[in-house]
Design a protein. Structure first.
Length: 167
């Protein structure tokens, strides 16, 4: 089960199981999805056609930016573990201090949005990593001060490579 938020008052409970039906807020959700490649999709739902483009993904923060028929949508997903931490009042337990940011996948650094000495909060954009022709905004996993940036613009990085150090 996922809980997906697209705005302050738009929240959906999505239940899915491998090979099973998808439900949204308890209602069956029927759709046809065609992968066009390079982060582009075609969707049919309730007799309507939609074009979707995956603009950016932050897997650590579970945030996604989509263009759906030209309209920008920012999605924040919470899985059952995130919801349990929220319920227990522990959702901010891992956001205190961080020591480093590592590359979640191999790619090319196309933008650096911070500099050493800069104080950042959880969710602040740090770098943009291009992977598989998609731009992924890498955000601060917690609060801290940027101690060093270990990559330069246009550097190719490997998965797990340290990109930013925090003090």
């Amino acid at each position: 089960m996922l809980q997906v938020r697209t705005g302050p008052d738009q929240l959906w409970d999505i239940d899915y199981r491998s090979g099973g039906p998808i439900t949204v807020n308890g209602q069956a959700f029927e759709w046809d999805l065609a992968v066009l490649g390079n982060g582009h999709y075609h969707i049919l739902h309730n007799g309507k056609s939609y074009t979707a483009e995956l603009v950016s993904v932050d897997y650590a923060a579970k945030t996604f930016v989509l263009n759906l028929n030209g309209q920008r949508l920012e999605l924040q997903a919470k899985d059952r573990f995130d919801l349990l931490l929220d319920k227990l009042g522990m959702s901010n337990a891992a956001t205190n201090k961080v020591n480093e940011l590592k590359a979640p996948m191999p790619g090319l650094i196309v933008d650096i949005r911070v500099e050493p000495g800069q104080v950042v909060q959880k969710g602040d954009p740090l770098l943009v990593l291009e992977a598989m022709k998609m731009e992924n905004i890498l955000k601060a996993p917690g609060e801290g001060t940027v101690a060093a940036i270990k990559v330069a613009l246009r550097d190719n990085v490997t998965k797990g490579q340290v990109l930013v150090l925090f003090s």
